[in-house]
Design a protein around this ligand. Sequence first.
Ligand SMILES: NC(=O)C1=CN([C@@H]2O[C@H](COP(=O)(O)OP(=O)(O)OC[C@H]3O[C@@H](n4cnc5c(N)ncnc54)[C@H](OP(=O)(O)O)[C@@H]3O)[C@@H](O)[C@H]2O)C=CC1
Ligand SMILES: O=C(CO)COP(=O)(O)O
Length: 349
Amino acid sequence: MSDLKASVTVLGGGSFGTTLANLMATNGVPATLWLRDEEQADAMRGKRENSRYLPGVQLDPRLIITSDAQAALADAELVFLAIPSGAFRSVLKQLAPALAGKGLISTTKGIEQPGFLMMSQIVEQEVPGARVAVLSGPNLAREIAAGALTATVIASEDDQLNAQVQAVLGCSSLRVYASRDRYGVELGGALKNVYAIISGMAAAMGVGENTRSMLITRSLAEMTRFAVHLGANPMTFLGLAGVGDLIVTCTSPLSRNYQVGHALGQGLSLEESVARLGQVAEGVNTLRVLHSKSQAEGVYMPLVAGLHALIFERQPLQEVIGRLMSAEQKHDVEFSAFMSCTVTNKEPQ
Ligand SMILES: NC(=O)C1=CN([C@@H]2O[C@H](COP(=O)(O)OP(=O)(O)OC[C@H]3O[C@@H](n4cnc5c(N)ncnc54)[C@H](OP(=O)(O)O)[C@@H]3O)[C@@H](O)[C@H]2O)C=CC1
Ligand SMILES: O=C(CO)COP(=O)(O)O
């Protein structure tokens, strides 16, 4: 059995990759951070700070920072992938030989089209035979970097890999819970970004607390309905990677997806909102992918359809809100049949 405190490498020098690598170095784990830009790597080694993506956070002196991918991966047993979804496959393709045989943990919350593929499915395609896991939960990088208490989920069918990740990441400010529902955990992390855009928009428009609560709750209903249609376990959406991540991303101005929504709500165009952010907001692409998948599968997703109509079909806001508020009034909790059957062990009626 491998050492639980394995050596780790994080691929991706953005806010999340830097935060995870630094946290593990602080935990005493031999940790390396790889980023593609040598100039930036050099500046980070000199200043012990990632001034582009994580300004003001002092990096642990033990953290190795490099732009040499082969050197970064040579001794790593676990590799955390924190590359935005748009570049995820190309980075894996390039580094596949060096990644073979390692435990690969995706932290990226996006979906690839065509194919509606989760990032861990791309890992399986590009690095066949790899040990694969997904990390997701209410994990704003800035808060983790500041030591604010939180928790996350490590999801894999490989229990030993889950245990290794718990050992390298868990500390006095971060609890790491294990799950075997990799698909549900990954889907939760990707879908909630779309609803964070809606919540940010609503906040900019000055809606009341009732409205914000309704939006978050109906978002959970909608994302769970979609995930169950694709075969995920609805119970996963009651956990940290479901409702936990949804709440933080829909309420925190630190969330980049929320910020894009907020800018849209202030009247900026999508292009202006994304440019002002200067970091990745995965929800914009996920909205496109999710809207077309929900249409193809015939899954009722009025919030996704409404946001898509606003942003990509340029329909007037009042028309979209009017449609949402006059739609048929259906069930509050759709999975009560499922839940009672899991308690009584009977088939749902
Ligand atoms: N930030 C957060 O709070 C959290 C983020 N995540 C997820 O983590 C993923 C990464 O996000 P995050 O770190 O926040 O992103 P950022 O926008 O902060 O940084 C993106 C990073 O990716 C790098 N990058 C982009 N394209 C490539 C490429 N082709 N090859 C190598 N590196 C590349 C960028 O490098 P360069 O500067 O050279 O362009 C930059 O270092 C996202 O999917 C996000 O959803 C998950 C949980 C929390
Ligand atoms: O996933 C996140 C928190 O869990 C980060 O959300 P943003 O990408 O919207 O900043």
